[in-house]
Design a binder for this molecule. Structure first.
Ligand code: NAP
Length: 285
């Protein structure tokens, strides 16, 4: 890739950003299509976020991804908020329009939906269990309700699951989203009646240990689809437990790849080269 005077720039606003694989995915995509664009890290500590966003506009960037810890804090700094970003309560993609208007989007829900679809996992009319009630769980629940699933959200602080359910009920009136407590020993029973389990807590994430919320002694029901949003390691303990029980599995990296593809589409207006992005992601992980 040759950076020149005409190169359009996007990047990743977060703190820290060094661990991210987004630069590799997006730069591989620009290279695959021969686009005169580049993607750079934009590390900004929380106290510098407003300045950093002013910088995104002032320096003529075309947009940015937004990651931890800025996904919520950036909301008051945008000119317009897309409906899914409003309902989820977080922005992961900024788009700077030609007239300078700054839009806040959330492509995480799209990433979840596209990953489920690509894996062949049905969503419409199914019963889904979501573990956790943070940002990733909100995106997953949004995607599932939008796709016509019935959702049960389980969190160790039930009030967090209740707040999630209240917010998403407003976005999807008439849909069914039920909050509850996350009790690992009760999971095997709850999963018997579900078609899909979405793991949206950091349990099992490197480098915090190889844990799983699923009790070690119980097999998973073989009819279940298991989608672990944790992507480091790619095959978490939960996915290994699911595979050993004959259940079907989806790795969190697919959400990462599809959310990146959706951001790419928003910035460039061009259909993303998914294979190049996936290859770069798997190589970087
Ligand atoms: P978050 O906003 O901090 O939410 C984490 C949720 O998990 C909270 O409900 C939290 O409860 C719960 N939790 C944390 N530790 C737990 C434990 N030991 N047992 C039970 N519940 C626990 O984080 P997030 O942004 O949603 O991210 C969650 C995971 O998804 C992370 O591993 C992240 O890497 C992954 N993720 C993946 C993608 C992707 O593209 N694949 C995208 C976003 C996130 P408390 O509030 O009580 O701690």
């Amino acid at each position: 890739m040759q950076i020149q005077g005409t190169t359009k720039v996007v990047g990743l606003l977060g703190w820290p950003v060094a661990h991210s694989v987004s630069p590799q995915m997006h730069n591989a995509a620009f290279a695959a299509l021969g686009l005169d664009w580049c993607y750079i890290p934009l590390p900004a500590p929380p106290e510098a976020l407003a300045d950093a966003v002013r910088g995104v506009r002032a320096l003529g960037l075309r947009g940015a991804n937004v990651t931890v810890p800025h996904k919520e804090a950036v909301i008051p700094l945008v000119d317009a908020l897309a409906p899914e970003a409003r309902a989820i309560g977080a922005v992961n993609t900024l788009v700077v329009r030609e007239d300078g208007r700054l839009e806040g989007h959330n492509t995480d829900a799209l990433g979840v939906r596209a990953a489920l679809e690509a894996a062949g996992c049905p969503v419409e009319g199914v019963r889904a269990l979501v573990l956790g009630a943070g940002g990733a769980a909100r995106a997953a629940a949004y995607a599932l309700l939008q796709g016509g699933a019935e959702v049960q959200v389980l969190a160790r602080r039930p009030a967090q699951a209740e707040a999630l359910a209240r917010d998403l009920e407003q976005a999807f009136p008439g849909s069914r989203i039920v909050p509850g407590p996350l009790l690992p020993q009760a999971l095997p029973r709850a999963a018997q009646e579900a078609h899909l389990l979405v793991q949206a807590t950091p349990v099992g994430m490197w480098p915090h240990g190889d844990g799983s919320l699923w009790p070690e002694e119980d097999p998973l029901p073989p009819h279940l689809w298991v989608f672990d949003l944790v992507y480091r390691p790619a095959r978490t303990r939960l996915l290994r437990q699911a595979e050993a029980s004959g259940a079907r599995t989806i790795e969190g990296a697919w959400m990462l790849i599809h959310q990146a593809a959706a951001s790419f589409r928003l910035w460039t207006g061009v259909e993303p080269p998914l294979d190049a992005m996936a290859e770069a992601c798997w190589a970087a992980l």
